[in-house]
Design a protein around this ligand. Sequence first.
Ligand code: 5RP
Length: 223
Amino acid sequence: MDQDTLKRSAAQAALDLITGEFGRETVVGVGTGSTANYFIDLLAAHKHQFDAAVASSDATQKRLEGHGIRVLSTNAVSEIAAYVDGADEINPARELIKGGGGALTREKIVAASSNRFICIADASKRVPVLGAFPLPVEVIPMARGLVARKLAGIGGEPIWRDGFVTDNGNHILDVHGLRIEEPAKLEAYINNLVGAVCNGVFAAQAADIVVLASADGVELIGQ
Ligand code: 5RP
């Protein structure tokens, strides 16, 4: 089974988890990336059963609106029923690396604003220890060198994602060579670096449910 089929299966299973809760006031948080795009396309068929979506990136907002789904800002909603998004790596504790698409800051904000975070992925994203995927760190442009030196100081090899500007007008450092044994500790350490806006470790708030699709079927982890 190809990876796209698996991504779509995970997206469908996540949709099946939440459609029963849809009501006239339901707001759904929607992530960014190829797996999230499958979710958006499937969600479109249900657009009359919920109120609106909150998007984690400009690209996601555009895709949602292209389907005629109403999009609200996080500041305009008091409750988001569920946030559905992909991940770059997932460990057994449902801790994640995210931000391959560069949307990590808004993704973390929408995840933190939601009642539950449902992570959707194909089984290639499952790892025993986070870190083989380079960890994205969003930085204020003038602090890029400063933050890079701090990250090198803890054994990482930060590479500037040259030419890429986030939806927030910032830069991304992709940090190679980390073996992340204590994700929450690293997340907090990077959060404290002056000039770092956000990092792609999702451990302080891990996924509540991981929906993982493989050739053997769809596994719900944490359910
Ligand atoms: C974007 C993300 C994505 O969720 C992550 O990169 C996974 O993407 P895909 O579903 O395309 O594999 O964090 O910032």
